[in-house]
Design a protein around this ligand. Structure first.
Ligand SMILES: Nc1nc2c(c(=O)[nH]1)N[C@H]1C(S)=C(S)[C@@H](COP(=O)(O)O)O[C@H]1N2
Ligand SMILES: [Mo]
Length: 549
């Protein structure tokens, strides 16, 4: 009689069938009670501790794949990261269980001792518990979080061993001798695995379904919420009206929105789920080299302790954006000039840098000299006339004109004035220290079906955007094939801090053509024409499109 013992493949399959429902259980409890969502915590933790080069390589690869499949980076990057996070966690479960079965197969003595599966569960539980505590995204007591994680992993470990037993001949009913008996067992094993698969799917589906239905209590981040609860008086949401610009050049239909609808504003940060900070207990300490250390709360901002708020139309862009990418958006920011707040804190003469920490472990620094030289640097608490959304940095983020997003922390939890600089999160991972926005221009549309007739000549409108941080745009030019550069018309921008929409009405000529665009910033400096990928200074190069008309 052939003797059957589960092997590595059975282990891998069991790992899969047990780890997926484990994710479902972590998810539903996270949504219901605010316990840690361990697979996300693992992903975020790895992204923070792995070497910068490796992380950037990972991000680049993801962007390349998404671009290959023609997916919008803005829309697809978070879902792709979520898939990666779940896949990674599942893969770990599969590998661990495969190894576990390998060991059990070799080592008969421990096969029947459930203590072994339990110890494996405890070990895994402790590791993941430490990781989740590092990330700190849970809103129930730490003890409950710890217990929950341990419990589920112990269950997971014991189940692995239990399944091994069920698959082994000793546990199979009537170990009848001979080939027939062997086949019997094989059929039983199959039936058992199918049942296990069914149970696994059921738990997963119920967990995922329940979890997404009951997303009422978002897990609040422990960070930044050490204060006593106050009643926050948030200002009434306002409808933002765009400045009147009589006679301004009309954008070509098909050009992106001049003012990005808030729900379409790109989002980039190191989190899968944004830190959810409780506005009532949030405090902002301003300490270090100051005469008068302060601790601010949200009402200090909402109720204008520092005077009238400032409103600015701002185009924010991510340094990882490709020339024609969609990680750039425009909305109206409302906040308090940072100068006013620092004046009250009174930096000592020795203070040189403002070190900023955020609720997700992100950090950056700003030279005091820069803050003193630019009134527009602000602490923003509203976007588009509403309190900041959780994913865009509630309750407070900083705005620094002319810098890429990586220099501008969201979810700010503390300020320290320091004599020495401390390079920011992405600076430490190889990105440019200054991160000044590059001048770039993009063709959004060549409206080949929108022919304009003027004086017997047919024109095709071509349109897009140009931007140069806070330096403004003085000129945009379009080149058709190898022809001369011709000046486009510029629409008056929403502010000196936003992109400029441009249009060029091109005298129509049938055939295949290449259109190229370039811009000049407010100081008359032409954009860098040489193509360079985003890392480390922000992408440069000219954008062109091929059109058949
Ligand atoms: N705390 C924190 N702030 C952050 C980040 C982050 O990961 N954590 N990402 C930065 C980057 S890289 C960009 S491009 C902008 C994006 O802001 P948005 O997501 O609101 O558009 O946030 C910046 N601020
Ligand atoms: Mo970014």
């Amino acid at each position: 009689m052939r003797k059957f013992q589960p092997n590595i493949l059975h282990g891998a399959l069991t790992g899969l069938l047990l780890t997926i429902p484990l994710i479902g259980l972590f998810f539903v409890a996270n949504q219901l009670a605010g316990t840690p969502y361990v697979p996300f915590d693992l992903f975020e933790w790895l992204a923070r501790i792995l070497p910068g080069d490796l992380v950037v390589f990972g991000i680049d690869t993801m962007v390349k794949i998404l671009t290959f499949f023609n997916l919008s980076i803005r829309e697809a990057s978070k879902p792709a990261e979520i898939l990666l996070a779940l896949g990674q966690f599942t893969a770990i479960g599969v590998v661990v269980c495969a190894i576990f079965y390998f060991v059990l197969r070799r080592w008969e003595k421990i096969r029947k001792n459930y203590f072994v599966g339990m110890i494996l569960g405890v070990l895994a539980g402790i590791i993941f518990l430490l990781i989740s505590f590092q990330i700190g995204k849970y809103s129930v007591a730490a003890e409950i979080s710890a217990l929950w994680i341990l419990l589920l992993f112990i269950l997971w470990g014991v189940c692995m061993q239990w399944v091994y037993q069920k698959l082994s001949p000793a546990e199979a009913p009537e170990a009848a001798a001979g080939e027939a008996g062997f086949e019997m067992q094989q059929i039983d094993r199959r039936r058992f695995l199918v049942m296990l698969g069914g149970a696994s799917a059921a738990i997963t589906v119920i967990g995922a379904g329940l979890g997404s239905l009951i997303d009422t209590e978002p897990a609040q981040t422990a960070a930044g919420g050490e204060g006593e609860a106050i009643d926050v008086n948030e200002p009434e949401p306002q409808t933002v009206t765009l400045p009147e610009r009589p006679g301004a050049v009309e954008p070509v239909a098909g050009t992106r929105d001049e003012y990005t609808p808030l729900e379409d504003h790109y989002r980039i940060d190191i989190n899968l789920s944004p830190p959810e900070i409780d506005g009532a207990t949030w405090r902002l300490p301003i300490q270090g080299l100051v005469n008068n250390p302060l601790t601010l709360d949200l009402n200090d901002f909402c109720q204008q302790r520092f005077g009238e708020p400032m409103h600015l139309f701002v185009t924010l862009a991510c340094i990882s954006n490709n020339i024609a990418g969609d990680l750039v958006s425009t909305t109206r920011w409302t906040g308090v000039p940072l100068q006013r707040i620092l004046d009250e804190a009174g930096p000592l003469i020795s203070a040189r840098h403002l070190l900023i920490e955020a609720g997700d472990g992100f950090y950056e620094s700003v030279p005091l000299e820069l803050i003193r030289s630019d009134e527009r640097i602000m602490l923003a608490y509203m976007w588009d006339g509403k309190p900041l959304q959780p994913e865009h940095g509630f309750p407070l983020r900083i705005y620094i004109p002319d810098r890429y997003g990586m220099k501008q922390p969201k979810w700010i939890t503390s300020f320290e004035l320091s004599a020495v600089d401390q390079p920011g999160y992405w600076v430490e991972r190889g990105w440019d220290r200054t991160a000044q926005m590059k001048a770039t221009s993009v063709i959004d549309v060549a409206a080949t079906d929108e022919v304009i007739e003027r004086g017997g000549q047919q024109y095709i409108p071509i349109g897009g955007i140009a931007r140069a941080g806070a330096r403004g745009i003085s000129k945009v030019e379009v080149q058709v094939d190898d022809g001369d550069w011709q000046e486009a018309q510029l629409r008056t921008p929403l502010s000196e801090l936003t992109w400029v929409l441009w249009r060029f009405d091109w005298p129509f000529e049938a055939g295949e053509h290449t259109f190229t665009v370039r811009c000049y910033d407010g100081e008359g400096e032409m954009q860098i024409a040489e193509s360079h990928p985003p890392r480390p200074f922000g992408a440069t190069g000219l954008h062109d499109v091929d059109v058949n008309v």
